[in-house]
Ligand binder design. Sequence first.
Ligand SMILES: Cc1cc2nc3c(=O)[nH]c(=O)nc-3n(C[C@H](O)[C@H](O)[C@H](O)COP(=O)(O)OP(=O)(O)OC[C@H]3O[C@@H](n4cnc5c(N)ncnc54)[C@H](O)[C@@H]3O)c2cc1C
Length: 413
Amino acid sequence: MTKDIVVLGAGMVGVCTALALRQRGHAVMLVDRQAPGRETSYGNAGIIQREAVQPYAFPREWQAILRVALRQGNDVHYHPGALARLAPTLMRYWRESAPDRYAPIVTAYSALIRHCLSEHERLITLAGAQDLVRKSGWLQAYRTAQAFDRAAHEASAVARVHDLDWQALDQAGASATEPALHGRLAGAIHWRDPWTVADPGELVTRYAALFERMGGEFRRGDATTLKPAGAGWTVATEDGQLSAAHVVIALGPWASALIETLGYRFPLFVKRGYHRHYAAEPMPRLPVLDVENGVMLAPMQRGLRLTTGAEFALRDAPPTPVQLGRAENYARELVRLGPPVEAQPWLGARPCVADMKPVIGRAPRHQGLWFHFGHGHQGFTLGPVTARLLAELIDGEPPYIDPLPYDPMRFAS
Ligand SMILES: Cc1cc2nc3c(=O)[nH]c(=O)nc-3n(C[C@H](O)[C@H](O)[C@H](O)COP(=O)(O)OP(=O)(O)OC[C@H]3O[C@@H](n4cnc5c(N)ncnc54)[C@H](O)[C@@H]3O)c2cc1C
């Protein structure tokens, strides 16, 4: 039976949700306050991360925690003033990262990641977006032999368990694979399965255009106007009030505020991240992560996009792009970096959950309400994967992945 469904949020996650539901014949309205793919799904590093089978855990060794606390590395930054507000959720994140709790989380996370290429491929083909996608993987680069040897050892173990294609490259191998690298490296791991996208926001735009070609409708509106009405829901848009029996909340980093108004307090937080494009000559072909210095160099249509690691801060606090300033200096040691393209860096927020798994499924206490958010570091990768899962749950079909680990009920008590 077809249903009227409103999907709130048109990032990678919401657009893929709307598409999956429309492909199943439902009458779907996609609502966002701006055009699709203009927020987090625009500003990321554009990697469809088939290798990301282990979500980012909170460090457990005291040396690593001390390094972050003293703000010694460039991969993590934090606002001291935000810590009191963030502390309960970060404590939970720390507890969930303990080895005995983390192992089943990896099992659940990798069960999603393993489908990312096949689920994106279907949409890329239908959307005619092949021109944006490169299928040559990316480089995880190391400056010191000690860090490289440790990483190669870990990569070998992970690749064996999860059937991943990778290669350990020495300095010469890294330069041959990515000729734009001129700085000295101890070595690099070439993850060869992942795909990279030259304009992540444009890929979301193409998926949204496919949704509209298939008869779906997009409306500009404010998700915070969502209200229960009779047996369903209403939301205000620029074109008037929408009513539907079912609503999906796919608001990424903005989901927590809306679900709190409905009485749900989930352990959600954000890890903010910055990017800026630069001219580069020659332009690298593959993304390169300078692991020890916390900067990703991602070639994009607009230039070489430098993206930063995690900043623990309140989502809407003023920008403090200190990591990006240092990232620029580190990147200059590796490639010939020209001037920045934009006057100001971009700032976004990874929508994170303390147990590192996205929230996918029926809202515990409301009829016709569905949750789909919290994709953390890999929402661009996972959008089509978890969208298919949610669509199967909404249709009451046997799901293609066990949905239990991601069930919102886990936070309902
Ligand atoms: C620096 C950086 C690098 C990253 N690199 C990668 C990567 O290489 N690979 C990867 O897989 N992931 C990456 N990520 C993570 C990824 O970008 C996110 O997980 C993903 O974009 C989240 O998608 P989303 O659709 O949930 O959220 P979003 O893309 O943020 O979409 C949420 C939507 O909700 C809308 N919205 C918010 N409030 C309202 C409202 N009141 N009314 C109406 N609409 C509203 C917004 O306008 C937005 O369009 C990276 C993130 C960052 C910050």
